[in-house]
Design a protein around this ligand. Structure first.
Ligand SMILES: [Zn+2]
Length: 321
């Protein structure tokens, strides 16, 4: 069984497969926590099954059994990430494999877990295979954002975009979580699996710490350096959290309802900030924060705590501040 919000889509894909009309290269995009990887596996098993029915794979044939124990010779999953890119050798090897006859005689399926992780040469090595597919070979490419892939790849695939369900609460309740904070739903953009994963953690709303610390700073209970130090202790995550806080402030300035805020519990703080700084200032603060984040990525050896501290000094000195 696939997740309810992917059920309609997977049925459509099965119907196309039944009719022999499924595109040989699918590019499935969507934010983390929507179930892209499960969808790809669900579809792969169906394509490799020897007795598929309209609801998908049979689950009992030899091919399904091989698949379910993770040992199907015609299924290839490439899970390199952007930290370790897909090499040209990997793609050349795959090109050879898909040019050969399927070992179980049905089909060959290749899933790229992170299509963002091609480099130019490995992407080029795949192009010809995508352009002139061999019989019964399927490529399923997964990514968070199509914009980060090379157009030469994306133009050769059928694009499928996954969306979060309109309301993820009924499904989360079925999983045993009926009291999900609205801020958490906003933080994960309604992606049910990401929210579920967060709810399983003890400190699901840990991100709210940044609002607590920022409020102390605004009220003069801590210095810019102490706030900078707090962020610097867990830099990537806390910089993201502060960006979300700035983003929420802009949302409040636009009149967005409280239950659509990540920091919904801190609406009073956000309202105070949005009254103190204009929308233009709010925008500049967010841009300056993104620039700072970018600098930290591109230049190692920066004195991060000092730069962060300077940011907060500037923030306090902004007109109206
Ligand atoms: Zn089967």
């Amino acid at each position: 069984m696939i997740y309810p919000w992917l059920d309609g889509l997977s049925q459509q894909l099965f119907i196309q497969a039944d009719k022999g009309k499924l595109h040989h290269a699918l590019l499935v995009s969507g934010i983390a926590g929507l179930g892209k990887h499960d969808l790809a596996k669900h579809l792969a098993q169906r394509l490799l099954c020897t007795q598929p029915h309209h609801n998908g794979s049979c689950g009992v044939c030899h091919s399904c059994q091989l698949f379910l124990v993770g040992n199907h010779p015609d299924f290839h999953q490439i899970n390199e990430t952007e930290k370790r890119l897909i090499s040209i050798d990997t793609v050349r090897q795959l090109n050879k494999v898909v040019a050969e006859r399927a070992q179980q005689g049905i089909a060959k399926v290749v899933v790229f877990d992170n299509a963002e992780s091609f480099n130019e040469s490995s992407a080029n090595a795949l192009l010809k295979t995508l352009e002139e597919p061999t019989d019964n070979s399927y490529f399923i490419l997964l990514c968070e954002s199509v914009g980060r892939l090379m157009p030469t790849i994306t133009s050769r695939c059928q694009k499928i975009m996954l969306h979060a369900p309109v309301d993820c609460l009924p499904w989360l309740a079925q999983q045993g979580y009926s009291d999900v904070p609205s801020g958490l739903i906003q933080l994960y953009q309604g992606a049910p699996l990401a929210i579920l994963e967060a709810m399983k953690q003890e400190n699901a709303t840990e991100y709210e710490q940044i609002a607590v610390e920022f409020e102390r700073f605004i009220q003069g209970q801590c210095t810019s350096f102490q706030l900078a130090d707090f962020i610097n202790q867990d830099l990537d995550r806390r910089m993201d959290w502060f960006y979300y806080l700035l983003h929420d402030m802009q949302k409040v300035q636009l009149g967005v309802a409280g239950n659509k805020l990540i920091f919904s519990k801190f609406e009073a703080l956000l309202v105070r900030c949005s009254e103190r700084w204009s929308a233009v200032t709010g925008y500049h603060l967010a841009q300056a924060w993104l620039n700072l984040k970018q600098q930290f990525v591109s230049h190692s050896g920066l004195k991060k705590d000092l730069l962060l501290s300077q940011y907060f000094i500037d923030l306090k000195n902004k007109p109206g501040g």
